[in-house]
Design a protein around this ligand. Structure first.
Ligand SMILES: [Zn+2]
Length: 268
């Protein structure tokens, strides 16, 4: 059982204390090492692997995160379901700091990030029409509701390249398109999970309104960090509740994302 896990959590380092009987696992992948050592432990009856997305010391900015290594490392430990808490800006006046959005759609505004495992050896086109796991979404929404969060069930996450925040014009354009939240790490994380047939669920914590929503100062890094720190305990229990509520058997389509496709290599 040691060093195996069913569920992966990719998130901020404030989530370390989630795990009981924790062990650190150092591993590498064909894509280099993941952001940090993976901590494997238990939450209730479930075995969980935790990976700090930016590294323990926050050494990787969003555009430099080793996304491919991170998802590959989790899958190689046995992980098939991934929960991905992250901080986002809100594009909607009605969803302010403290809201949890569980998006059901995604818009990729990143550039230059490697977004596939299948670079050579034949084309692999996965379906990404619905980028998130429907089961994971339902579990996350229900856990957040029970936890008393201001919960937004559905919405579109636009992922920007960063590390800079949006201009007012960009932010207003995103909002006019009907998009809900803006972040920097949700892509290519989501599509790489799909390419490995993992279930992937985003738990997006709104830390601020994006620049175009209010005639304020826009976002500062300090504001985001301060807000995330004050919510970390609450976030920890939300993730733990969601982990315990995830079904052990997968009945969603995520597991069959590669059915009928000839892969150029075996998955771990
Ligand atoms: Zn799924």
């Amino acid at each position: 059982m040691a060093n195996r896990a069913d569920i992966g959590v990719i998130g901020g380092s404030g989530l370390y204390s989630l795990l009981d009987d924790a062990q650190e696992v150092e591993l590498t992948t064909p894509y280099g090492p993941p952001s940090d050592v993976v901590t494997v432990g238990r939450i209730g009856a479930r075995s969980v692997a935790f990976l700090p997305r930016h590294g323990r010391d926050h050494r990787y900015p969003p555009h430099r995160i080793p996304y491919r290594a991170n998802l590959w490392a989790l899958r190689s430990l046995g992980v098939r379901q991934v929960l991905a808490p992250s901080a986002v800006g809100s594009l909607r006046a009605e969803h302010g700091p403290g809201a949890i959005v569980v998006p059901d759609q995604l818009v990729d505004r990143t550039s230059g990030r490697v977004q596939t495992y299948y670079d050579a050896g034949g084309a692999v086109h996965v379906s990404f029409a619905d980028p998130y796991c429907p089961t994971g979404r339902a579990v996350a929404v229900s856990a957040a509701r029970s936890g008393g969060w201001d919960i937004v069930d559905g919405g579109t996450l636009v992922v920007i390249e960063g590390p800079r925040f949006s201009t007012r014009a960009e932010s207003q354009w995103f909002a006019r398109n009907g998009w809900t939240i803006v972040g920097m790490t949700g892509f290519p994380e989501a599509v790489l999970a799909r390419e490995l047939t993992l279930c992937y669920t985003s738990l997006s914590l709104v830390t601020d309104h994006d620049a175009g929503v209010e005639a304020g100062e826009g976002v500062t890094h300090e504001e985001v960090l301060r807000f995330f720190a004050t919510n970390v305990t609450k976030m920890r229990s939300l993730v733990a509740d969601a982990v315990e509520a995830l079904p052990e058997e997968r009945t969603c389509a995520c597991s069959s994302a590669l059915d009928g496709i000839k892969l150029p290599f075996d998955l771990p």
